[in-house]
Design a protein around this ligand. Structure first.
Ligand SMILES: *Cc1c(COP(=O)(O)O)cnc(C)c1O
Length: 500
């Protein structure tokens, strides 16, 4: 099938030349779209909580959880889904996870406290990440499962644990064949030493199994990691340890784009601008990770993940069923079940996918020396971008007071509120349907996972954006301060954390 080179988007405004401008159409969840279309609900939230504002949609989070559960149920395996708290500080999201019967992955004392307040009992809490002695001391008698990062941590915990309350532990493993280097986990070659230690400490440490978490969307890399872990578990059996868990971590991906073809077209034009073949579409000397050498532009851009079109539940199904060579073609799910292992997951961004957006207001518009149009917003780059990223999904411009004015698309850069050159929210040019006016609203899509919280700071003494949970109930959208949000008892069937 040949793909037409130019497609007219019926609703996209065209430039004066009659062609649609370059665009990175974002996917918007239908519930979020309905909320934005309900102007009175939007205005009520913005009026009550001000801007900038992070809007959290617990119902979208709940649906994401249900989708992953459906994949695991279909595989007929024992499993546990641990929501990786670090994607967002939101109380509404962690309370929703607790109410739906999921487990939680916490990576700090603060997250542990947040999980407890949300109602998680220790048997549903797993602690990952690097832990110092103070934290380990607090964990020793807590009942939470400790996912051990390194040999020092293992030895320290063995020293702190007491036979009256053995500590459930997982060993995080890293350094698999052909994996990228990781600063976390015990190297494959050192696992036997750790297993010796676990066998010697069996009265105090309750070895539950092995874990990995890979910071990549690559399925093949995960399959190799799982094969290595199955082989290492054999070594555990020879020491009379009885593992019951294989934890395959997080890394299930998000879908930001609504139109992969226009995304590719935009990126091609951006590259042409960098090489001098086309009009420039980037601010200053930004190259987004490309190596630009004269007229050649090579390499993988920092923003490649925004092009993904594979949904998390599809990726999970592939991951669980892809044939493992050393196991007669059975998949991870079957091999785990045949060895009486539960599969644990630690999804973060996949659960928060589309469960949040960020609302900001236009302060003013100005022109730079080169004629570029700069639209100043009331928030900073770190409130809507994960560290070092360039977010390649177009925000939505809404009139401060409807209706939208007539106008032609205008190419702009969005500028942040900090007096730092680097506080540009978009360093790539985006096209808005009219030249924004003070008071207009700019809405950023899909900000709940890492975008809104991970690198947000209080630089220049700006207060961080407020956070508010939006729920659709009894025919209306209700806004509740995130800290006060409680999931409705009827907000969904509870998921059992472990299915035999
Ligand atoms: C961050 C993290 C996760 C979550 O990763 P996602 O890519 O958001 O799914 C899971 N496990 C560990 C150990 C992590 O550090």
């Amino acid at each position: 099938m040949t793909v037409p080179q130019t497609t007219r988007q019926p609703c996209a405004r065209t430039t004066a030349e009659g062609v649609p401008p370059p665009a990175l159409p974002a996917r918007w969840d239908p519930l979020v779209r309905d909320f934005l279309a309900d102007r009175s609900a939007l205005d009520r939230a913005a009026h009550r909580f001000g801007t900038p504002l992070h809007l959290i949609f617990p119902q979208v989070f709940a649906r994401n959880l249900t989708r992953l559960t459906a994949v695991l149920d279909a595989e007929r395996i024992g499993y546990r889904i641990c929501y990786a708290h670090k994607v967002n500080r939101s109380a509404a999201l962690v309370r929703t996870a607790a109410a739906l019967g999921a487990s939680v992955d916490v990576a700090s004392a603060g997250e542990l406290e947040s999980a407890r307040r949300a109602g998680f009992t220790p048997d549903r809490i797993e602690v990952t990440g690097p832990k110092g002695e103070t934290f380990l001391r607090a964990l020793a008698g807590s009942g939470a499962t400790v996912n051990i990062d390194n040999q020092w941590e293992l030895e320290t915990l063995a020293g702190l644990a007491r036979p009256e309350a053995p500590v459930p532990v997982l060993l995080r493993v890293s350094g698999f064949p052909d994996s990228r280097p990781s600063r976390f986990g015990i190297p494959v070659g050192s696992v036997d030493r750790a297993l010796d230690m676990l066998a010697d400490s069996r009265d105090r440490l309750d070895f539950r199994g092995l874990a990995f978490h890979l910071d990549t969307g690559d399925i093949a890399e995960r399959l190799r990691a799982a094969e290595s872990c199955f082989a290492l578990l054999e070594q555990a059996y020879t020491r009379d340890l009885v593992p019951s868990v294989l934890n395959i971590g997080g890394g299930l991906r998000q879908v930001f784009t609504a139109d992969a073809r226009r995304f590719d077209d935009y990126v091609q034009r951006l590259r042409d601008g960098l090489s001098g073949r086309g009009a420039r579409m980037s601010w200053g000397d930004n190259t987004f990770g490309y190596q630009v050498d004269g007229t050649s532009v090579r390499g993988t851009p920092v923003f490649h993940k925004y092009a993904n079109t594979v949904a998390a539940d599809e990726m999970l199904a592939d991951l669980l069923t892809a044939p493992l060579e050393r196991h007669g073609g059975r998949g991870i799910g079957r091999v785990a079940a045949d060895n009486l292992l539960e599969v644990w997951l630690e999804p973060g961004k996949a659960l928060a996918d589309h469960a949040g957006i960020t609302l900001s207001r236009v302060e003013f518009v100005k022109e730079a020396a080169d004629g570029s149009v700069l639209v100043h917003l009331d928030l900073s780059r770190d409130s809507v971008t994960p560290a070092d990223q360039e977010v390649m999904a177009d925000p939505l411009l809404l009139p401060g007071r409807p209706p939208a004015p007539p106008g032609d698309p205008v190419g702009v850069y969005l500028a942040g509120r900090l007096c730092l050159e680097r506080d540009l929210i978009t360093a790539h040019k985006i096209w808005l349907p009219w030249r924004p006016r003070p008071g207009d609203l700019v809405v950023f899509p899909n900000t709940a996972a890492y975008h809104s919280d991970l690198s947000a700071a209080t630089a220049a003494m700006h207060a961080p954006a407020n956070k508010v949970a939006i729920e659709f109930r009894e025919g209306t959208f209700r806004a509740t301060a995130d800290a006060d949000f409680r999931p409705a008892p009827s907000s969904g069937e509870s998921l059992s954390p472990e299915v035999p």
